[in-house]
Design a protein around this ligand. Structure first.
Ligand code: SAH
Length: 226
């Protein structure tokens, strides 16, 4: 069974409505699960204490592990927004498939072999470039961190890995999927050019609605493709 992971409710809403997804009767403590025909759609759900979407790596990893270990999921698609580095030349609401790699830029462990563990460098499925061609979508390397902003060191690592897109869930999903030998396809839509003086947070808020609309359309194309 396929599952689609979307971190934020605002990103998922259009798709949930279009697919007439229904909330499953049994809900996990972490995450919200919906069903639309044979597709299981998981969002990060609401933090039980703060009431906000559970964005970031911990919820993404816990939910991905539950989907695979307990819900019979054999393939995960991730659709979400991201920041783009200015050198990519992306416009707001441009869509990308992630290939060939997903890194972490804020998981620094300068100890032998743990350095590689922290960096991630998770390969995406070999089939992505062909899929991107068929869908007429560009590809880019994704790097994940648990902050919407970035430090100078984050940016150095991000660029050293030739990453061009930045999110807060990809490497967590990729790590879990890789442990289980489950393929992960990531579709990302740009909400902000994160290295501009104008902070990513302000751009994100201004562009979320436009990007979410594009995300719905591109995710439907991806779902209908295979
Ligand atoms: N403040 C926002 C929260 C946005 S967090 C709010 O009002 O709700 C950003 C979400 O979009 C994360 O799930 C992340 O994966 C993605 N994202 C978009 N732009 C990003 C960027 N520049 N850096 C990291 N994550 C980004």
């Amino acid at each position: 069974m396929r599952a689609l992971y979307i971190a934020m409710q605002a990103e998922a809403q259009g798709l949930l409505e279009t697919l007439q997804a229904t909330l499953l009767p049994n809900q996990p403590i972490i995450g919200s699960y919906y069903q639309a025909a044979d597709l299981l759609i998981a969002t990060s759900g609401k933090d039980r204490i703060l009431g906000v979407d559970c964005i970031g790596t911990e919820p993404a990893a816990l939910i991905a592990n539950d989907l695979i270990s307990n819900q019979g999921v054999t393939r995960i698609l991730n659709a979400g927004t991201c920041g783009a580095h200015s050198s990519l030349g992306a416009e707001i609401a441009d869509a990308y498939l992630i290939s060939p790699t997903i890194f972490s830029h804020d998981h620094r462990i300068p100890l032998p072999s743990f350095e590689q563990f922290g960096l991630g460098a998770h390969p995406t499925p070999d089939s992505i470039p062909a899929l991107a061609k068929e869908l007429d979508l560009p590809t880019a390397i994704l790097s994940t961190g648990n902050s919407l902003d970035h430090t100078t060191r984050d940016l150095e690592i991000f660029l050293a890995n030739r990453a061009r897109l930045k999110d807060m869930e990809g490497s967590a999903l990729a790590w879990v999927c890789r442990q289980h030998h489950i393929p992960l396809t990531c579709l990302k839509v740009v909400t902000d050019i994160f290295d501009l003086p104008h902070p990513a947070a302000a751009q994100f808020a201004a562009n979320l609605a436009q990007a979410a609309k594009q995300l719905t359309q591109e995710t439907l194309r991806l779902l209908n493709h295979r």
